[in-house]
Design a protein around this ligand. Sequence first.
Ligand code: FNR
Length: 370
Amino acid sequence: MTTTAKTSSAQGAPLSVREYEPLARELLDPVHHDYFAGGAHDEITLRANEAAFARLALVPRILRGRGRPDLTTDLLGRRTSMPIVLAPTAFHRLAHPDAERATARAAASTGAIMIAAMLSTVAVEEIAAAARKTAGDAQLWFQLYVQRDMGFTEALVRRAEDAGCTALVVTADSPALGRHVRNDRNDFHDLPPGMVCENLRSLRADEPGHVRQVDLSPELSWDHVRRLRAMTGLPIVIKGVLHPEDARIAADLGMDAVIVSNHGGRQLDTTPATVTQLPRVLDAVGDRIPVLLDGGVRRGTDVAKALALGAAAVAVGRPVVWGLTVGGQQGVEQVLGMLRDELAHTLTLCGCAGPAELDRDMVAREDPRW
Ligand code: FNR
């Protein structure tokens, strides 16, 4: 039997997550496209994240009669529709006027967890309201850059708690801002007039919510995280782990999960691809805490590879932004729906009834010498 592979629909609608980026590029101000798409320095890590997934092969099981897979997953003690989370990305208003409200609605209608960025262009309360109006049980986690001013940090934490966020995601890979050649060339260092980081603005009446207010400091340490642990009963997730020893420290300090992340190649360039580093981190923490991964996830097969290696879930950054740019809430729903359907299809083809049936033996490293 011969079939012709369909690569684009009759209407030209995207049929894969990667197809959203060129569409978004056409719609965005080139400076803003560069901000979303770019990475640090030579963008070696940015490219490595996707390339590393491509070098891994899936080794399916056959004839196991497992039926249709169930994607529901438990994360931090709560059930979610799939092991795919929306990574925190800043400044959604640059992508679409509905901004983080649209993203939150899409996540809620898909039953996916959204990690709301501290540097959102809609206040966390409004993001939470938009999510909850769409689905009463919508789950929102709040991403935090711990500020040296712990009073300011605590005020942000209380706000996230009061808004109903169910976990704090502490981004730990940013003791300084990554250097982006594209942003430097474009002289893009803050939001355009009329747009601000709403979570910063309403906290400090005297400050307008500029990105410049954010205090990324090399002085931050595990001590700050310990203080955060004492400050809130919310689960704490440490984002930006690459070294296995740091994952072990996080588990020792009572953190609830870690995210293996290189910030989508936007912080230190030439760090390893996240999926390359994932098994090393997992070997260090074992089953003590869930390990999530983000960076370069563009296909259901990528999700399956990360899960097979032992990740509890993955998070996606840029694909959500491209979906938002192209179609607002609907665009994000389409992107999430594609990843969900591809993951279900992949599990079926791998002979798995759900993510838990994937294991390390089902991933092989493609060796270029063969
Ligand atoms: C990010 N990321 C990010 N992370 C974070 O902790 N706080 C933030 O404010 C942001 N902002 C942000 C903006 C943009 C435009 C991008 C692309 C990314 C990093 C993000 O959470 C995640 O780690 C990566 O995006 C994952 O890689 P992919 O999925 O984009 O390849």
